[in-house]
Design a protein. Structure first.
Lengths: 111, 112
């Protein structure tokens, strides 16, 4: 199993541009999550999904959108990128409330 | 709003010593997780604690959960350099399926 994979690994965006961060898991987990981690901080939940077709906001959803059309994929869309969205983004998945498995992260810089 | 506080935030210790990291949280929950993160890397799951009184051990690390005190501890025994990393606790808000709130992390440095 590849586990949780994320693309791209690194990206530089200009202010106002948009992009989609991809996340795929091959563990047949029903729950998936997007977090952001700012330097020296813990992770903050952006959005999560408890199954295909179901998504909900986390602590910091503004400026982001998600969709979950399949069990495996959970893309995160950034619209109109702002410098405040410079961060490392982690996708994770879990089987219900058991441990979450994290992807390798996407390091995003908005200039 | 659920708050999760870890202390200390920075810990420098010598090899062979013991120490405890504390994780306090502000709401009722019996689901708490510990993760390890190496610099520039992703998070690795260490322990899943799913009930009051749960105790888990792996090598030199032992985690426990006291839901009545809203407190979890991560105890390090006879520290070695390889344990140098940042350790996060995360608490699940039970009302929302599975929705973790993370502490700020404890940056542990083990010196020879």
């Amino acid at each position: 199993n590849a586990g949780v994979t994320q693309t791209p690994k690194f990206r530089i965006l200009k202010i106002g541009q948009s992009m989609t961060l991809q996340c795929t898991q091959d563990m047949n987990h029903n729950y998936m999550y997007w977090y952001r981690q700012d330097p020296g901080m813990g992770l903050k939940l952006i959005y999560y999904s408890v199954g295909a077709g179901i998504t909900d906001k986390g602590e910091v959803p503004n400026g982001y959108n998600v969709s979950r059309s399949t069990t495996e994929d959970f893309p995160l869309r950034l619209e109109l990128a702002a410098p405040s969205q410079t961060s490392v983004y982690f996708c994770a998945s879990s089987y219900f409330v058991y441990e979450q498995y994290f992807g390798p992260g996407t390091r995003l810089t908005v200039t | 709003e659920l708050k999760v506080e870890q202390n200390p935030l920075f810990l420098s210790m010598q090899e062979g010593k013991n120490y405890t990291i504390y994780c306090n949280y502000s709401t009722t929950s019996d689901r708490l997780y510990w993760y390890r993160q190496d610099p520039g890397k992703s998070l690795e799951s260490l322990f899943v604690l799913l009930s009051n009184g749960a105790v888990k051990q792996e090598g030199r690390l032992m985690a426990s959960l006291d839901t009545k005190a809203r407190l979890s501890t991560l105890h390090i025994t006879a520290a070695v350099h390889d344990l140098s990393a940042t350790y996060f606790c995360a608490v699940d808000e039970e009302t929302s399926g599975s929705r973790l709130t993370f502490g700020e992390g404890t940056q542990l440095t083990v010196n020879p």
